[in-house]
Design a protein around this ligand. Structure first.
Ligand SMILES: NC(=O)c1ccc[n+]([C@@H]2O[C@H](COP(=O)([O-])OP(=O)(O)OC[C@H]3O[C@@H](n4cnc5c(N)ncnc54)[C@H](O)[C@@H]3O)[C@@H](O)[C@H]2O)c1
Length: 443
């Protein structure tokens, strides 16, 4: 299996030296992440929402009383060792971008303005045809072929790491959602993919070039958007060949996170589902990009798959066959980054009697996404040092549409995902894994 551990604790390389965290995209999520890490480093804020910083892990028997923090149990990079590199077609530095994104308040940004102003995006590989709603894209690379552009990204990675004295890197895609692309013959083998890059094939989107460049440089790649990016056979083959961890797709925040909490609860109690209607209003740039039907289609695909996989209508036709599932995202500028989501859930109970659940979630998207960026970068770096390569299914916990080996169904249930994540850490560190028997005592 691609993500099966191949190491014992003794063979996990230590997290010594600096870790460069690369984000293609320096928008709302990336700046909230970077600013947050800096505030935590300066003792100004707490890293709420991050498992690597706050979660404990139960080890051994219940009676042993061993529940260290994950960061004390697993050799993760320390926040003080992180340096941040970004690309964005919009040339704003991180302070300006964060101010425009409007997620964090001025009072939180001002004390770290010096630090944020020092982070300026490298010229991006960007084409408007893949993200139609971005204007002001002046900070863009030029090159004769997509292969040339990807080589420039590799040079950026090397140059940034040398300049900052980083020993390792991790890349998390925080760029806009690209238009929907179906995997074609260009995505099946490394040779076909590289030939398509050289031929400037339309099926090769910018995010794929970043993924290719990262993997070629030995930098783990995590995909926070629903774009294909690294989720096709050629890239998986490349990651395995280069010995690099990859994972995706699409950060599991807001509404989908709620779905993966509530749906397992319905199924656990054998309650039926007639329909689930989800609607969102949001007014940030991501909302504007998703207002374009082609970008929304990419997002919709990633949001819709969740309920079917959790509820398994094939096993429980009486409860879950043919339920309606509708997802809507509406761009509504006054709302900014503070999205509002409504879910109307029609369920049925004993003797088929109908009931309804309504969820009104006033969530801050980037506040939920930022700790995910941190955890993905730190865990992927750890996985690389532990000799893991290819698709990291144990990181499914963080994704709406988890990338899995071909032919497998992704696991969406948040609690199964959490168990898999923690068991992978236990296993890699030579501790006993905790099985589903008595699971409730161990998290
Ligand atoms: N916030 C969340 O909760 C959440 C959840 C899941 C997924 N996402 C995804 O994360 C991504 C970032 O979200 P955001 O709210 O920060 O959006 P944003 O629009 O604020 O930032 C995205 C940035 O990416 C840049 N960009 C676009 N194409 C690029 C390219 N080819 N190379 C480099 N930069 C590029 C844009 O110029 C922009 O600055 C989106 O794809 C979004 O769908 C966000």
């Amino acid at each position: 299996m691609s993500d099966s551990p191949r190491s014992t604790p003794a063979s996990i390389a230590p997290a010594s030296g600096k870790l460069a965290i690369f984000t293609p995209g320096l928008g709302a999520v990336a700046t909230t992440f970077v600013a947050g890490v800096e505030r935590v480093r300066r003792g100004l804020s707490a890293p709420i929402g991050s498992l690597t910083q706050m979660a404990t892990i139960r080890l051994g028997k219940r009676t042993d009383g061993r529940s260290p923090l994950i960061k004390d149990f697993v050799p993760l990079a320390s926040l003080d060792d992180l340096v941040f590199g970004a690309w964005d077609p919009i040339p704003d530095d991180a302070f300006t971008a964060a101010t425009k994104a409007g997620v964090l308040e001025k009072a939180d940004l001002e004390p770290i303005a010096d630090f944020l102003k020092g982070i300026t995006p490298m010229p991006a590989v960007f084409e408007n045809r893949y993200v139609t709603r971005i204007s002001g894209a002046t900070n863009v690379k030029t090159g004769a072929t997509k292969r040339d552009l990807a080589e420039q990204l590799r040079a950026d990675i090397r140059g940034f790491m040398a300049k900052h004295g980083a020993t390792r890197g991790a890349m998390v895609w925080c760029g806009s959602t690209e238009t929907y692309i179906k995997p074609g013959p260009q995505h099946q083998t490394i040779e076909a993919f590289e030939a398509a890059m050289a031929a400037n094939d339309d099926a090769i989107a910018p995010s794929m070039l970043y993924a290719w460049a990262a993997i070629m440089e030995g930098v783990p790649y995590c995909n926070g958007a629903p774009n294909l990016s690294a989720d096709f056979p050629a890239m998986v083959e490349l990651a395995n060949r280069q010995g690099v961890p990859i994972s995706g797709r699409d950060f599991k925040t807001g509404q989908t996170w709620m779905k993966t909490v509530i749906a397992p609860g319905l199924k656990a109690r054998m309650l039926g589902l007639e329909g689930w209607y989800s609607t969102n209003i949001l007014g940030n740039r991501d909302g504007e990009v998703l207002d374009d039907p082609a970008s929304f289609k990419t997002k919709e695909e990633s949001k819709l798959s969740v309920l079917h996989t959790i509820l398994q209508p094939e096993l429980y036709p009486e409860l879950y066959k043919d339920f309606s599932h509708v997802v809507r995202i509406n761009y509504y500028p006054p709302r900014g980054d503070n999205k509002e989501g409504w879910d109307n859930i029609d369920i049925k109970g004993w003797l088929g009697y109908p009931m309804q659940i309504k969820v009104n979630f006033l969530c801050r998207d980037s506040i939920l996404a930022a700790p995910i960026v941190l955890d993905l970068a730190l865990f992927s770096d750890f996985a690389g040092r532990a000799g893991m390569k290819g698709i990291q299914e144990w990181l499914s916990f963080y994704y709406k549409a988890p990338q899995v080996a071909e032919g497998l169904n992704p696991e969406h249930d948040l609690f199964i995902q959490q168990t898999k994540l923690k068991n992978t850490l236990r296993h890699l560190m030579g501790e006993e894994q905790i099985t589903h028997l008595g699971l409730e005592y161990y998290q």
